[in-house]
Design a protein around this ligand. Structure first.
Ligand code: NHR
Ligand code: GAR
Length: 227
């Protein structure tokens, strides 16, 4: 006789790539520990040995690896080493969380549809670096953050979820960044949860499907009352 399916699927194996503070990593750890995120963070990899996120991972009992880009003659060779390291942990999802190295098409292809980034702007506005200063310089009334699938196009992959914040009088890049970061900590665990629970995927045409429906625009946190 067929037995009932188990009521819980195993948690999704995740690798998180960081370069710095790791506050987005912390948000994922906190959600996982609160029982709100069915993932198993198997490894946290940093390209910088002094990234504080490594301490956060170690404090949570997560394995850490440092793979410095220094000493690699080329980006391709660095990414080959990174791919080999990732393979050891066999992640079903790779999460870029403040990871500051552009990845080669070969690495991106290996994790097509299984790699997220969080970017501190309302993409397609301001791909690349220094997003907060660029939003201020442009006189934007609002700014925010975007979770997207990673493709070869830098910060140009299919967008999943955004959160908006107002730009306030007297803002400088630091204050604006802090306001955006607070929202990042809300949207990244949510997007990862959608993926981990099978609600979110990239289809063969490169479209984002959420609950079986094509997202032509990213979801907006403000429209999500409680999922
Ligand atoms: N890789 C690919 N292929 N596609 C994306 O969309 C990626 C990516 C790697 C990282 C994060 C991204 C961001 O959210 C990201 C998205 C680093 C740079 C950069 O210019 C730009 C964007 C992002 C990350 N990095 C410099 C480099 O030469 C180094 C800068 C530094 O070390 O401070 O790689 O913003
Ligand atoms: C976050 O604001 C993230 O969106 C941004 O860096 C910060 C990392 O903070 N990412 C990038 O700029 C990627 N180029 P965290 O280390 O505390 O998560």
């Amino acid at each position: 006789m067929a037995s009932d399916p188990p009521d819980k699927s195993p948690p999704l194996a995740v690798a998180v790539l960081i370069s710095g503070s790791g506050s987005n990593l912390q948000a994922l750890i906190d959600a996982q520990q609160a029982g709100e995120l069915p993932i198993d963070i198997r490894v946290v990899i940093s390209n910088r040995a002094d990234a504080y996120g490594l301490t956060r991972a170690a404090n949570a009992g997560i394995e850490t690896k440092v793979l410095s880009h220094k000493g690699f003659p080329s980006r391709a060779e660095y990414d080959q080493a990174l791919a080999a390291l990732l393979r050891e942990f066999d992640p079903g999802l790779v999460v870029l969380a403040g990871f500051m190295r552009i990845l080669t098409p070969e690495l991106v292809a290996r994790f097509h549809g299984r790699m997220f980034n969080i970017h501190p702007s309302l993409l397609p506005k301001y791909p690349g670096l220094h997003t907060h200063q660029r939003a201020l310089d442009a006189g934007d009334a609002e700014h925010g953050a975007t979770v997207h699938f990673v493709t070869d196009e830098l910060d140009g992959g299919p967008r999943v979820l955004q959160a908006r914040v107002p730009v306030l009088p007297g803002d400088d890049a630091e204050r604006l960044a802090a306001r955006v970061l607070e929202q990042e900590h809300r949207i990244y665990p949510l997007a990862v949860r959608w993926f981990a629970t099978g609600r979110l995927r990239l289809d063969h045409a490169g479209r984002v499907l959420l609950d079986g429906r094509v997202l032509t625009e990213p979801a907006d946190l403000a429209d999500i009352a409680r999922d």
